[in-house]
Design a protein around this ligand. Structure first.
Ligand code: NI
Length: 173
């Protein structure tokens, strides 16, 4: 499998609904490892499969912010089954929206149901940055970006900047 490349918005592939994994294939583990490698290489804390052109419900995250003591999480078919009423604000960024940031308000706690890379069914609570990160990545699986949580005006400014950025990249290699 080749190295994965992050797709930059705007791109139609980032607006699709990804498909569930029906059974745990051996290949899925390889894809998840490649996704983690790609995420670390780009200094991200989360990556969803559609960001690398794979329209499947796969997510990797690592909010440890510690290169010596990594805490990777591989999530297959993640499903948020409850949200707290309590909210939290985070300045969000995204590998698909390079150098763009905006404050997004989301529930501070979630309960997540998912399968791990061994295929075990797991239910777990997440809080704070991890909860935000997972919500952000699950949005990707539903074709949504963090800019869909802010005003249309601010979203348009960011999208215009990204169009310019992509033109520059395409012209200069
Ligand atoms: Ni993202």
């Amino acid at each position: 499998m080749n190295d994965l490349k992050v797709i930059v918005a705007p791109d139609i592939r980032l607006n699709q609904i990804s498909k569930s994994i029906n059974y745990i294939e051996k290949n899925i583990s390889i894809v998840l490892d490649k996704m983690l490698e790609c995420m670390y290489k780009n200094n991200g804390i989360g990556l969803a499969a559609p960001q690398v052109g794979i329209l499947k419900r796969l997510i990797v995250i690592d909010c440890s912010n510690n290169k010596e003591n990594k805490r990777p999480l591989k999530l297959i078919n993640p499903e948020i089954i409850s949200f707290s009423d309590e909210l939290a604000d985070y300045e969000e960024g995204c590998l698909s929206l390079p150098a763009q940031f905006a404050k997004v308000t989301r529930p501070n706690k979630i309960k997540l149901r998912y399968r791990n890379s061994k295929g075990d069914k797991i239910e777990k609570n997440f809080i704070g940055l991890e909860a935000t990160c997972i919500q952000h990545e699950v949005d990707h699986l539903n074709g949504k970006l963090f800019v869909d949580h802010i005003s249309k005006l601010r979203k348009n400014i960011i999208i215009k900047k990204l169009i310019k950025y992509k033109k520059k990249i395409n012209t200069h290699g």
